[in-house]
Write a protein that binds this ligand. Structure first.
Ligand SMILES: [Zn+2]
Length: 570
């Protein structure tokens, strides 16, 4: 709240300041107050520009959305966005990388000087998303970056990397983003960044979504229509993610998991890009490359909006027809080949360390084909149920699903769901967890699950989620525990991983004869185990545990996720 008041105060003081005259082409990037002031002024002066406060950030200060070519008021504008073609540009998710902040402002100024056509794609710009990071201004946190003079910090107000937060949604910013994203339903999405890593000649590299996760229609329009055309106009290059120490060893295609902005957008069939300008190129040059990218993308979208709309329609249909959800995409060792314009890597001895150091010699340029590892294959898949059922008590998960506009039905008294008999449960058989926190979580991995057919189990207040909806890919990505960014992996169901009740051996031992007598098949397994397993035979604890775990005394909730699956009879 304190931050918010200071912000409003500064904004009012700035009403007539020089934000509009900000030199966007210089080696400077505006503060958040200056930036929002600029957008407010644009919205005031130009009827094609609208600015909306879309909700809070972790810093307690709003995240804004600028719309160009809207319909004049929020309701109509957002309706128009959903119906027509929309390009969404997100800036400063890493506030130390503000190239898109300047580029988008310059782009808006340019658009304002053009004649706006109401049939053109609607343009949506998040001026700066990581508001907390924008307020944390400094000149040192981007140790390897050439400008601007002052910039924000990568972490949010609560020190989250917002570009890992799209599924777990720890930050308030992410709730606001989900609102922006689903209100607009963008067809094309761009997230602007500055790279780290190797030195090479290209100013701008791009990441497009992993092609194997895309629906065929989106893959085709992205890789066979859009990118070849952009490549003709701009000196584009795929993101240089190194396979080894230098680019000569090859580059790899990025696996844009749903936790990342573009991976998240891809779950909703938006054509998604991350643009990465090169940190060692001067800031003004980087800003211009980002500007050119979004500008060319917009020009292409203007001419191809119908094709994009159709590709998205086909994509939603395609996903609804898939019987299996594929995940655990792994990079293939088979490489393609791609022409690379780089600088020779040399290893002179450094006078201080007395050790060879990596140096990219800008005087020794080369052009050669390098390996390009750009094929992933899914290691796992799972049959998609017709419905998922979530226990009504799982408010955190239900809230996140609702924020993502997943259609769901609350089971009320008299619902036919209460009379349905057979469901599949979801039991965690084993898992491992990282022993250091990653983005605020001790994330689980190497997960094994089991699923049994069970009788009943649905109650009033639970939620039923049909998988026959446009959010199908998102639903599977978060509810299938084995998926890389599942809610289970992000610790939302940890309370089910601990046993709550136990027994005292000296009391329980008096019950085991009766338990085994009533359950002959259990008795048979128990006797065989005793006969074949010496350790088991000689341990009272192991024997009692075995009988306890297979008896009615054992708690059914242990390791069982509060999720059921329902498959329609075929
Ligand atoms: Zn970044």
């Amino acid at each position: 709240m304190r931050h918010y008041l200071i912000f409003i105060l500064l904004l009012n003081l700035c009403i007539n300041c020089t934000a509009q005259d900000f030199d966007w082409k210089s080696n400077t990037s505006p503060s958040y107050v200056e930036l929002i002031e600029f957008y407010k002024k644009c919205a005031k002066e130009n009827k094609s520009v609208e600015l909306y406060n879309m909700g809070n950030s972790d810093a307690g200060i709003p995240i804004y959305l600028c719309i160009y070519n809207g319909a004049g008021d929020s309701l109509k504008t957002f309706q128009k966005a959903r119906k027509s073609t929309t390009l969404l540009v997100n800036n400063a998710i890493h506030a130390g990388e503000p190239d898109g902040v300047n580029a988008s402002a310059m782009w808006l100024l340019n658009l304002m000087h053009q004649k706006s056509n109401t049939n053109d794609p609607l343009i949506a710009i998040i001026p700066a998303y990581n508001v907390g990071g924008m307020l944390n201004r400094n000149s040192t946190s981007r140790a390897n970056q050439d400008g601007p003079e002052v910039y924000g910090f990568r972490g949010s107000a609560r020190n989250y990397d917002l570009n890992r937060d799209f599924i777990k949604m720890d930050a308030q910013n992410t709730f606001t983003f989900a609102k922006i994203f689903h209100t607009l339903d963008p067809d094309v999405f761009v997230d602007t960044h500055v790279s780290n890593g190797a030195d090479y000649t290209y100013t701008l590299t791009y990441i497009s979504s992993m092609k194997e996760r895309m629906a065929p229609s989106i893959k085709e329009i992205t890789y066979e229509a859009l990118l070849p055309e952009l490549n003709q106009k701009l000196a584009l290059y795929p993101y240089v993610e190194l396979k080894g120490r230098t680019p000569e060893d090859g580059i790899v295609a990025f696996n844009d998991l749903p936790r990342y902005a573009m991976g998240y957008a891809n779950l909703f069939n938006a054509i998604s890009f991350t643009v990465e300008t090169h940190m060692l190129k001067p800031f003004p040059e980087r800003v211009l490359s980002t500007y050119d990218f979004i500008n060319e993308l917009h020009l292409w979208l203007k001419l191809n909006s119908k094709k994009v709309e159709l590709a998205r329609e086909h994509a939603f249909l395609f996903h609804k027809q898939q019987e299996y959800f594929k995940f655990n995409y792994t990079l293939s060792s088979v490489a393609d080949s791609i022409l690379f314009k780089g600088y020779k890597a040399t290893y002179p001895v450094h006078p201080v360390t007395q050790l060879p150091r990596l140096n990219y010699d800008r005087n020794q340029r080369y052009e050669r084909f390098i390996p390009y590892y750009n094929t992933h294959f899914p290691k796992d898949s799972i049959r998609i149920p017709d419905f998922y059922i979530i226990k009504g008590s799982e408010l955190e998960v239900i809230n996140r699903l609702q924020q993502n506009e997943v259609a769901m039905e609350r089971i009320i008294k008299g619902s036919a769901w209460l009379d349905r008999n057979y469901f599949r449960d979801v039991e965690i058989k084993s898992f491992q967890s990282y022993n250091k926190p990653y983005e605020g979580h001790f994330k689980h991995h190497t997960i094994e699950v089991d699923s049994k057919l069970i009788l009943g189990g649905v109650s009033e207040g639970d939620y039923v989620i049909s998988t026959q909806q446009n959010k199908r890919l998102f639903i599977c990505s978060v509810l299938e525990p084995l998926a890389e960014d599942s809610y289970f992996s992000w610790n939302f169901f940890d309370s089910y991983l601990q046993q709550k009740e136990y027994f005292s051996s000296y009391v329980f031992i008096d019950k085991i004869a009766e338990i085994l007598e009533k359950n002959p098949s259990l008795k048979q397994i128990y006797e065989e185990k005793k006969k074949n397993n010496q350790e088991f035979r000689e341990s009272e604890t192991l024997q009692l545990n075995f009988i306890y775990e297979h008896s009615a005394y054992f708690e059914p909730s242990y390791m069982k996720l509060p999720i059921l699956k329902f498959f329609k009879a075929k």
